[in-house]
Design a protein around this ligand. Structure first.
Ligand code: IDP
Ligand code: MG
Length: 206
């Protein structure tokens, strides 16, 4: 962000500022490249690991709107549900996954007969990658998504409200702290944002 805002300034930087800028940009690029889609924890912008701290108010999960949810214009609704509940959005971007990224994301399902069609579908268009933070967000996120099978999902859940078929169930959510750590490291190698939400005192008793 710093690099971007400096680069868009209309006044030319001095030679020393330019050197600092080049050094900063080289360092930032190196961090992103080094961690790109690697299965490892990476530091976020503040002191927390990108996956937060499971079991606390700073637990984090990886939620995604799949290509069908993006095509059907459900991104705003899905974000709004988590925002209104009181959860904190700490990472957000649109990514068009390659087949390889889809395979890595769903690597635990590699032996399933539907793995090929699932990864082809997941890489068929852009997805919305999100990192959400808050108390019990991993389990609560799964509940808000609904069941894997949309026909078994309750009205009020995302899948229960918007989907019918298993292979077009709109959204993804990490199912455990281990999965959240793996998925957040993969999709947010650049880290996320440790910002303070000023209304938290009205959401959490403590
Ligand atoms: P989840 O998305 O609820 O975590 P997983 O079991 O991890 O469910 O499966 C990943 C995705 O693969 C599901 O969301 C669904 O779109 C698809 N899927 C799961 N089971 C089947 C199946 O039996 N046939 C076809 N697609 C499936
Ligand atoms: Mg899953």
């Amino acid at each position: 962000m710093y690099i971007q805002s400096m680069a868009t300034r209309s006044t030319a930087p001095t030679a020393s500022k330019l050197a600092t800028l080049v050094a900063a940009s080289t360092a930032a690029a190196a961090v992103v490249t080094y961690n790109q889609y690697e299965n490892k924890s990476v530091a976020s912008c503040g002191g927390l690991p990108v996956h937060g701290i499971a079991g606390t108010n700073q637990e984090r999960t990886f939620l995604a709107v799949k290509p069908d949810g993006v095509q059907r214009g459900l991104v705003g609704d899905i974000i709004a549900r988590f925002e209104k509940r009181g959860y904190k959005l700490v990472g957000l971007k649109m990514v068009w996954p390659t087949q390889m990224m889809a395979e890595k994301h769903y690597q635990d399902l590699a032996k399933k007969p539907f793995y090929g069609s699932l990864t082809k579908f997941f890489s068929s268009g852009p997805i919305i990658c999100m990192c959400w933070e808050g108390k019990d967000i991993i389990a609560q996120g799964r509940q808000m998504l609904g069941e894997t099978q949309p026909l078994a999902s309750k009205p009020g859940s995302i899948r229960g409200d918007y989907s019918i078929d298993l292979g077009r169930n709109i959204c993804h959510g990490s199912d455990s702290p281990e999965a959240a750590a793996h998925e957040l490291a993969m999709w947010f190698p650049e880290g996320v944002n440790d910002w303070k939400k000023t209304v938290d005192a009205w959401v959490y008793e403590k």
